[in-house]
Design a protein around this ligand. Sequence first.
Ligand SMILES: NC(=O)c1ccc[n+]([C@@H]2O[C@H](COP(=O)([O-])OP(=O)(O)OC[C@H]3O[C@@H](n4cnc5c(N)ncnc54)[C@H](OP(=O)(O)O)[C@@H]3O)[C@@H](O)[C@H]2O)c1
Length: 443
Amino acid sequence: MNTSQTTVGLLGCGNVGAGVARMLIEDRDFINQKLGWPLSLAKIAVRDASSRRPWTPPRELLTTDPYEIVGNPDIEVVAELMGGIEPARTLVMKAIASGQHVVTANKALLALHGREIFEAAAAHKVEVMFEAAVAGGIPIIRTLKEGLSANRIHYFFGILNGTTNYILSRMTREGLDFATALAAAQKAGYAEADPTFDVEGFDAAHKLIILTALAYGVLPSLDDIHVEGISRLTPEDFHFARELGFVIKLLAMSSRDQEGRLEVRLHPAMLPQDSLLAGIGGAMNAVHISGHAVGDILLNGPGAGMMPTASSVLADMVELARAARANCSARVPALGWCRLSDERPKPMSEVSTAYYLRFTVLDRPGVLARIAGIFAEKGISIAQVIQKSAAPGEEAVPLVMLTHTAAERDMNAALKEADDLDSVIESTMLIRVEERCAARGAA
Ligand SMILES: NC(=O)c1ccc[n+]([C@@H]2O[C@H](COP(=O)([O-])OP(=O)(O)OC[C@H]3O[C@@H](n4cnc5c(N)ncnc54)[C@H](OP(=O)(O)O)[C@@H]3O)[C@@H](O)[C@H]2O)c1
């Protein structure tokens, strides 16, 4: 260990890496003041040294060979900010095997290969820190890992993807359809040219896996959680949500049910308009956590972007520099638990929620009674119905129902039967309703 400074190397100088390089250079004196010694940027690996970047670091720092950083005994901390699985995974594993501490912003890597990475880090007595991997600039990892370490977490609900939250906010506010709201998000720089990963929920699901590990000591596999995106939502559903007193959000949720079984799921959900998460608009992220001792808390802030994300990466670097200097690495286990459990979340078919259902039916007498009969047979009780008459010249009308809590298995069986009726002419829209998000103690 170099005693006069802590040296860091960056793998990647894109949106996040450029912000980190900028802070390491422009805020050098401030960080030195906080830390007591310099955090020194030794090298930055990129694919093409001549590419344009959001911030341009000194040319002499750039290399196209990541092994000038990984395995270099003069570099103590390696920040993996390239993204993707390979070569990121190989480089992280090699850095760990060489005794280098790792900071990463790569949620996909940790969600899919976290166990192997954290086990290797423990075996080599180095740390892997990842504050930037979930919710960008919001210090959610430290909050769950340390701030709430004495709490049994009842549940957390998160808005963990800025792209989808921006799209849903535009659909809510302006009544846009999905395609128009997506195009607006792309124009504003909030959505990629290929938005599939965000809009179909996979990015948020990776973050949900990481937060679940911190909250419950269980690192679920992607196959074990229900993942559903936002592309099938229509302006009609936003209209009815407002009429019923709800907003629609893409919600990442983990909770323990009354029998103590773990539920982990990611899907669009209707939340009460007065819930803590309902007002989180635009590209912002937020997490509502309920702990047995602390009660309910809300963390809210920028979930992405060059400087907010760099803020989290720098926080990890400062902590690693301190830990290395004090020779107390692995002070807190990577996920905050001394060991991970092999528990698997319960299957989605066993989850129970309330539901919003929008049937598209022929405007004929007796349709509501037939559908209600099917639901009654399955033991699903209906809380509210909105039935509109057909406009002149139109035969199809929306029929909206809110149900009380029912098991997903019963709901799927009831919907299959209902959708087979001749008078139901499109497959029914189902959105789960999450009343638990309601603001407690609200005036
Ligand atoms: N963007 C955000 O706001 C944000 C927020 C939170 C977390 N993250 C995560 O942070 C990571 C980086 O995201 P980003 O948006 O900064 O990505 P990005 O803009 O695409 O930048 C990726 C960087 O990695 C370099 N790179 C890629 N493959 C490489 C290779 N094989 N060898 C050497 N360098 C390589 C690229 O080099 P060139 O410049 O030469 O192409 C580029 O500098 C991802 O895991 C992402 O999920 C991003």
